[in-house]
Design a protein around this ligand. Structure first.
Ligand SMILES: Cc1cc2nc3c(=O)[nH]c(=O)nc-3n(C[C@H](O)[C@H](O)[C@H](O)COP(=O)(O)O)c2cc1C
Length: 252
């Protein structure tokens, strides 16, 4: 995987970390994207690159979206979306896909647009996305101008940090507490928040099961935006190791 720690420049980190607190899933859209919105999102979708993962922006019909999970309601008024694509030929491509998709959601939030990740409530057969050998669409991100009142960050339901962190988060350096809070605000499938975090010597650990690779990428994207101390992301290769961690001597 190309280095996550090199994905964002300082300006992007600043802008997207501000958007972390504003982004919530939007399922009710008032108007199509303007030509300028479309151009900006296309540019962002093309700029965020990692091996084995990519985003493809497309026009969609509202009928693409189906009924509800968690009684959240069907997506309405949406005419644009991004397909989140990963290649089975590249290791950790699902994690990369989660990172790229979330970067796009935060770009959208920073432009005042709404977004909603979707892996379940859309008609997969209705989609026509050009794919290369080995690629699959892992999910869609609905995009558009939110209807009035449809974005309410105050309503976010999240596990307390104490449950997400394996050690006492109050003892962690401020930078890591902020990164942990950013992970806490991240979206996840069915809002399961399948992560645990820890500080282990020089390692800021984010763990998640193999079944939650997209969610892991999303959490890593949020953490990366709040990490300013030089670090390197590493991945576990045996079941004894956590899924991922940011390693930095300066975190110790
Ligand atoms: C990988 C992933 C898949 C999701 N799939 C769906 C879906 O199929 N339908 C839906 O309505 N919401 C879906 N969501 C949105 C989550 O339900 C939502 O992110 C979560 O409840 C947290 O709420 P928030 O995004 O408003 O903070 C998905 C989110 C993620 C990250």
């Amino acid at each position: 995987m190309a280095a996550l720690e090199k994905l964002f420049n300082a300006e992007q980190k600043h802008r997207l970390s501000d958007a972390v607190a504003r982004r919530v899933s939007c399922r009710s859209y008032a108007a199509p994207l303007t030509a300028l919105d479309w151009a900006s999102l296309s540019y962002a979708a093309g700029r965020y690159q990692m091996p084995g993962a990519r985003l493809h922006l497309l026009r969609v019909d509202e009928s693409l979206f189906t009924g509800t999970l968690l009684s959240t309601g069907r997506v309405t008024g949406c005419t644009a979306a991004a397909a989140v694509i990963a290649s089975s030929a590249v290791s950790r491509s699902k994690i990369s896909a989660g990172i790229l998709g979330e970067a796009l959601c935060l770009e959208a939030a920073s432009m005042g647009l709404g977004s909603c990740w979707m892996t379940g409530t859309y008609r997969k057969k209705q989609l026509s996305v050009p794919l290369h050998d080995g690629e699959a669409v892992l999910g869609m991100i609905a995009l558009g101008r939110p209807a009035e009142g449809s974005i309410q960050p105050g309503n976010r339901r999240r596990k307390p940090l104490e449950r997400l962190c394996r050690s006492d988060v109050r003892q962690w350096p401020e930078e890591l507490r902020r990164a942990a809070r950013a992970v806490q605000m991240a979206p996840s499938a069915m809002n399961l928040q399948p992560w645990s975090m820890d500080l282990n010597g020089s390692r800021f650990v984010i763990d998640a099961s193999d079944r939650a690779q997209l969610d892991l990428g999303i959490a890593m994207c949020h953490a990366e935006l709040l990490l300013h101390t030089p670090h390197v992301w590493r991945f576990g290769s045996t079941w004894r190791e956590p899924a991922a961690w940011a390693d930095s001597a300066a975190l110790d």
